[in-house]
Design a protein around this ligand. Structure first.
Ligand code: 2IP
Ligand code: CA
Length: 379
């Protein structure tokens, strides 16, 4: 497991590099923010570049994990499909090839012959990322890669990534929107039970290098299985016993009844809004909010798997909101924890992997109970 964790930290850093390059290199950035207009809109180059950037990042992760752990091939899932159609109506499967040149040639076919963009992207894909310094010494978990599956969200909060607003993060404060909400999420789950056991989160745009070297990222990780619970983020000291009121983070598009109920429970000052499903769970992990409540089925397994593993390592979790509201006792709440191995068979396409019942992300079970009691009968 320590080997897998080190690899995931490395590939997440490579993915973050690709995400940064797409914004830093002018020929790629132009494609990223390009709005298709007029004839161009109807052209058969159906996919937007932003989707291609997502797919490229996802395939880098899939390729590197599959190369080191062949037992996991077939169990590495992501948000995007890697099949594209180019301007000539040809179907192209985007993969990472053996050499940078081969990858550039393949990408040029999807980018309708834009060799400059294809070469820049291929260079980022084949570059070795900086070594990640994570203290994983002594980490031993009795699990083998053949028991595990992976969920990848190449870029969560894509809209913030494209918009690209630069905010200066204030220590200890949540910042509702901007580039820092964009996250690379890699979650590992147990194939037999679906429980999340490892998570790596990379925030490609955490701060600007003071020496003018562009954006620097930050990574977070956690492992939770049996009695091994290790997280790179320490549990905030002033827990609920410290007498603070409960604080919650929501999507700005949350239902009015949830906003009102939580305003009464937490007080208006303790109710916050932020973009990105992954970023909102990261806020709970970091103690910037106590809970994240979502009443809609608008997140997916790839959004929640990685940060869920970190929350478990801290003694918390992510529960299905609908199921928690139905359960009669607080003790049953742990049965409502989200799992990652089974599709929702009544749905089609990506919806099969939606977190249909909404969710509550929490660090502390008593706070989960307060939220569930407050919302009972309201939804
Ligand atoms: C999205 C993204 C959105 C979020 C939505 C996710 O993923 O994180 O920001 O909505 O649930 O599925 P909101 O910000 O309202 O919480 P992606 O950007 O990968 O599509
Ligand atoms: Ca997402």
């Amino acid at each position: 497991m320590a080997d897998l964790l080190r690899l995931l930290l490395r590939v997440a850093e490579k993915a973050a590099d690709v995400a940064r390059v797409c914004r830093q290199e002018a020929p790629l950035f132009q494609l990223l923010v390009q709005e298709k207009t007029g004839d161009d809109k109807n052209k058969k180059f159906v996919q937007d570049f932003k989707t291609l950037a997502d797919v490229v990042i996802q395939e880098v992760i899939r390729h590197d994990v599959g190369a080191q752990f062949p037992e996991m091939v077939g169990f590495i899932h992501g948000e995007e499909s890697n099949k594209f159609e180019n301007g000539l109506g040809e179907s192209v499967t985007v993969t990472v090839c053996g050499t940078e040149e081969e990858t550039a040639t393949l990408l040029a076919t999807v980018l309708d012959g834009n060799h400059t963009a294809a070469s820049l992207l291929a260079r980022a894909i084949h570059q070795d990322p900086a070594t990640i310094d994570a203290n994983t010494d002594g980490l031993s978990v009795p699990l083998s890669p053949s028991e595990l599956g992976i969920w990848i969200d190449p870029i969560d909060a894509t809209s913030q990534y494209i918009e690209g607003r630069e905010e200066v993060l204030e220590e200890g404060h949540l910042s509702p929107s901007g580039l820092h909400c964009a996250l690379v999420l890699i979650g590992v789950y147990l194939r037999s039970t679906g429980e999340p056991v490892m998570g790596v989160i990379n925030q490609p745009f955490n701060h600007k290098d003071p020496a003018g070297g562009g954006w620097r990222g930050k990574h977070f990780w956690g492992v939770s299985f049996g009695n091994v619970n290790v997280c790179s983020v320490s549990r905030p000291k002033d827990g609920p016993a410290g007498g603070r009121g409960l604080s919650a983070v929501l999507s700005s598009s949350e239902k009015q009844v949830v906003k009102e109920t939580l305003t009464s429970l937490c007080g208006p000052d303790k109710l916050m809004y932020a973009s990105g499903a992954g970023y909102k769970i990261l806020c709970v992990i970091q103690g910037l909010a106590d809970v994240y409540v979502l009443s809609e089925g608008s997140t997916f397994k790839w959004d929640s798997c990685a940060p869920h593993a970190l929350l478990r390592a801290l003694g918390g979790g992510v529960a299905d909101l609908t199921r928690s509201l139905q359960s009669s006792s607080a003790a049953q709440n742990h049965q409502a924890e989200l799992t990652y191995h089974q599709p929702y068979i009544e749905a089609k396409g990506a919806d099969r992997w939606a977190n249909h019942g909404g969710l509550v992300a929490y660090r502390d079970c008593s706070q989960l109970c307060s939220i569930i009691s407050a919302l009972k009968g309201k939804l």
